[in-house]
Unconditional design. Structure first.
Length: 215
């Protein structure tokens, strides 16, 4: 499980961890770096607390999402090496910006058998289309739209199942199921052509409800 700041989000993750652990699951909670973010958000209050750190990472050819994806892969090394872990049944969960980290990590690491994304950016294109952004500095990659978008990542993790809970636009507003399906129409068409029309599942949950993670 990877969860993003702020603290109330981590508190929600703690509740999910307790429920999953009580159900007999082995759970690892990965807190993304850099933690804490520091006080530099005062200099850039509208662009998120990681904006200046993101710009500094660009200067040395790095991105925050790239560093976190590295961490996720290293965490998988440790988790999959445990003798009590069923390696073919590892589910990755990412909330907010960490959902994009998980999606990139899953493309690179087939050991992540199932992907669950919650409150995660629907597509990089929405950053271009919307004048105001929220937490974009944590997921942005220079020139990313010249190469791919979120839908291409969803295609790249095929045939692994993906659950998408309350996807968001660049402002952090929840995107309707209809709009999400329109944005990802080419992904759903591809899955249907391959006979896996239900591979990507959309869901929602109320506060306190359990994560919709299948056995």
């Amino acid at each position: 499980m990877m969860d993003s700041q702020p603290r109330e989000t981590l508190a929600k993750a703690g509740g999910d961890v307790d429920r999953l652990a009580s159900a007999g699951r082995i759970v690892m909670l990965l807190e993304p770096r850099p933690t804490p973010a520091g006080t530099e958000s005062i200099k850039s209050p509208y662009l998120g607390i990681y904006n200046l750190l993101s710009l500094r990472a660009f200067l040395v050819g790095r991105t925050i999402i790239g560093l976190r994806t590295d961490d996720a892969t290293r965490a998988m090394d440790w988790l999959s090496a445990r003798p009590d872990v069923e390696r073919s049944a590892i589910t990755g969960y990412g909330s907010g910006p960490s959902g994009m980290v998980l999606l990139h990590a899953a493309v690179l690491d087939p050991r992540i058998a199932r992907i669950v994304l919650e409150n995660t950016l629907t597509s990089y294109r929405t950053i271009v289309e919307q004048p105001v952004h929220r937490n974009v500095s944590e997921v942005v990659i220079p020139d990313v739209l010249r190469k791919y978008d979120t839908g291409d990542l969803l295609l790249a993790v095929y045939p692994r199942p993906v659950t998408v809970i309350s996807p968001e636009d660049a402002l952090g507003a929840v995107v309707s199921e209809e709009k999400f399906r329109q944005e990802m129409a080419y992904v759903f068409r591809s899955d249907e052509n391959l006979g896996s029309g239900r591979r990507i599942r959309l869901a929602s949950r109320k506060p306190g409800e359990s994560l919709p993670i299948e056995n």
